[in-house]
Every structure is written in C-alpha cells, then in structure tokens.
Design a protein around this ligand. Structure first.
Ligand SMILES: NC(=O)c1ccc[n+]([C@@H]2O[C@H](COP(=O)([O-])OP(=O)(O)OC[C@H]3O[C@@H](n4cnc5c(N)ncnc54)[C@H](O)[C@@H]3O)[C@@H](O)[C@H]2O)c1
Length: 253
C-alpha cells in the first residue's frame, strides 16, 4: 500500500521544513519529485538528498504568488516528466503582526503566498491532472484556520489565509471530482521547522505548546509527511474535500 511508483509530484516551499520532508517521503514511495521554492540552490540540495537515496527529482525556482511563474514551472515539470499527478501546496509564510499595526502590504504578502499561491498552483496543476483523469492535491493549512478555537496574537492574516484554504479546498473538491482529482487539506499543529524555530513564535508560546498538546511535544515534520503520502496514494481514493488535523491532540483538549 501507499506506493507511488510512476507518479509525478510537485512540492512547493520544499527547500526546508515540512516541504523538504514531504519531497523526501514522496520520493521514497517511488514518485518523481519536482522540488520547488524561492531559493533554487537550496532546492538543489534537497534534490541531491533524494538522488543519493535512489530517488528521482529535479529543482525549480518557483514563487507561488506569481501566476506567470506557476504557469511556466508546472508546464516545464509536466514537459520533463510527462505529466503531473500529485501537488503538495506547502509554501507558506507566518509574518506575525498585531492587527492594529498591520499594513495593507503585510496583509497582501501573507494572503498572496498562503492563499492565492495555493489557488494558482492548484488551478494550473489541475489542467495537467485532467489529462489522465487522476490527481491528488494536498493543501497545507493549520490548526489556526478558524472554527478550531485556536486564535493567536499576531496571526490575523495567517489565520485568514489558512481558513480560506479550507473553504477553497471544499469547493475545488466538488468542482474537480468529475476529473478524478481529489483535493484535501492537512492542518498541522505545532511542528518543529524553521518557521517556528527562527523565533517568530516566542519562547512563552513554545512553552505553552508543550503544556497544551496532550502528546506533550512539538511534532516532527516527518509525522506530517506520512499523511501527505497517504493522501497522495491510490488508497485515499474515497476521500476528497476533507480536512485532517495532525496536532498531537491539541484540538481534542
Ligand atoms: N511549523 C508549524 O508549526 C506549522 C503549523 C501549521 C502549518 N504550517 C504550514 O506548513 C507549511 C510549511 O511550513 P514550515 O513549518 O515547514 O515552514 P518553513 O518556513 O520552514 O517552510 C516554508 C517554505 O515556504 C517557502 N516560501 C515562502 N514564500 C514562498 C513563495 N512566495 N513561493 C514559494 N515558496 C515560498 C519558504 O522559502 C520555505 O521554504 C506552511 O504552509 C505553514 O504555514 C506550519
């Protein structure tokens, strides 16, 4: 089960953090992987990791907020590998700022990457997936996406973008079911990546995580990648438009 041999995948924001482990996990299951991010040199390093483990991958520079770049890169990936079957919409920014201090530019930056970027990639990828009547789109949101009881200071734009992903996914799932394209969301809890480590979440918040999470620890990126692999596989064939939280039990508290 969960074999991805012969499948072509693309991961956004894959130079580090969860995007990197998603790329490694997809490759380990046999998928060819397009490793994409805003920093090409860093993507090349992930490609080398995949290749040295016996997998197949190639790197592209891709800023998901640019429709022109999305169109060009997805066209090139499909051209090089023959199709596109799996898209992991992982790229994201946090940019915490109190709502009263948030500029229009701050707001647009977060929404453009986190929400518009996922839409642009999904729309372009779907045009490739339709050709084979088979596709898997996995959108990465967060437990901080509305309706979960998690609201954190400074996260207004972030939560708006992540909540938007869930609404968008449900709609795309119903529109694209007829083309064999399944679209789902993963909402991670607190996961140990540079996004959290670079100090955007202060130490007090990190301490609270260890108190509030029943499993009493921050998650590892690989613990989200295993869910990505499942949703990318043939075995997820009756699942679309759903949101899966992987949070160590945080929302169950
Ligand atoms: N770490 C957590 O606790 C956590 C929790 C919930 C959700 N998430 C989400 O998981 C995803 C991965 O985040 P992470 O924790 O690995 O953080 P990260 O900061 O390590 O990774 C995010 C990646 O997105 C890339 N990126 C930023 N802007 C981009 C753009 N315009 N185009 C393409 N790529 C761009 C970055 O270069 C980076 O490689 C994000 O969507 C994030 O919101 C993270």
């Amino acid at each position: 089960m969960f074999k991805l041999d012969g499948k072509i995948s693309l991961v956004t924001g894959a130079r580090r953090g969860m995007g990197r482990t998603h790329a490694l996990a997809l490759a380990k299951q046999g998928a060819k992987v397009a490793v994409t991010d805003i920093d090409l040199a860093e993507c090349e390093k992930v490609v080398e990791e995949i290749k040295s483990a016996g997998g197949e991958a190639a790197a592209w520079k891709l800023d998901v907020s640019s429709a022109a770049e999305v169109d060009k890169v997805i066209g090139e990936v499909a051209g090089r590998f023959g199709s596109l079957d799996i898209l992991v919409n992982n790229a994201g920014v946090l940019n915490l700022k109190p709502a009263l201090e948030m500029s229009e530019e701050d707001w647009d930056k977060v929404l453009n990457v986190n929400l518009k970027g996922q839409f642009l990639c999904a729309q372009r990828a779907a045009k490739e997936m339709m050709k084979n009547k088979w596709g898997r789109i996995i959108n990465i949101a967060s437990i901080a996406s509305g309706g979960t009881g998690i609201g954190f200071a400074g996260g207004t734009a972030y939560a708006a973008s992540k909540g938007g992903i869930i609404g968008m996914t449900e709609t795309l799932a119903s529109e694209w079911a007829e083309y064999g394209i399944l679209v789902n969301v993963i909402g991670p809890g607190a996961i140990d990546t540079p996004m959290v480590r670079v100090g955007e979440l202060n130490p007090e918040v990190s301490k609270e995580i260890s108190v509030r999470v029943p499993l009493k620890r921050i998650g590892r990126p690989e613990e989200i990648s295993s869910l990505v692999v499942y949703l990318a596989s043939e075995e997820s064939s009756y699942i679309t438009g759903s949101t899966f939280y992987a949070d160590g039990g945080w929302l169950a508290q």
